[in-house]
Design a protein around this ligand. Sequence first.
Ligand SMILES: [Zn+2]
Length: 216
Amino acid sequence: MNLVVLGAPGSGKGTQAAILSQRFDIKHVSSGDLLRDSVAREDELGKEIEGIIATGKLVPDILVLRLVREAILEEGGGKWDGWILDGYPRTAEQAEALEEVLSSARVVIDAVIFLDVDSDEVVTRLSSRRICSSCQSVYNTLNHPPKHEGKCDKCGGELVQRSDDQPETIRRRLKVYNEETVPVLDFYELRYDVYRVDGSKPIADITDEIAGLVGL
Ligand SMILES: [Zn+2]
């Protein structure tokens, strides 16, 4: 089963991809993790990516696609029953480039999941996020608060809000996301089964709904 999961920042797509991966033995291919892992490996590509990130630029599509391609086409010794792609593609151009890679490898996408969440809900969710300034543990003042306000449960470090999680920044990111994603959905709707799932429901309900829709 090969799946693509789309959704705005804060829609919970990474969470769902991780749960589905564990439950159904499908490989979680997260573009963010691939970039971080590549940098950590310190190989030639990793060093190139690190240099780009250090200058504050976006990693070029071609490099991200190279990592995604390797992760998707890697056999993994029969460990996985397919993959779930998270964080890529973000634009119609990326979707087209991915399509070329997949079709030349005779690999198909079985379904595309779009986690639909209301912008106000995303702003509430993300602006409630707090990160430990020392061990990077993630908390949420709404549904996963620390035992003592402002302090990390694990290390006692100070909890801070990332500048990315300020309401104004979130609204700007959502606007960009929506403008880029509508064409991606259009692209996939012409080719594959696209399922829209209400991302405001409880996490476990969303997982069950996705599993039922795609037939896992
Ligand atoms: Zn901590």
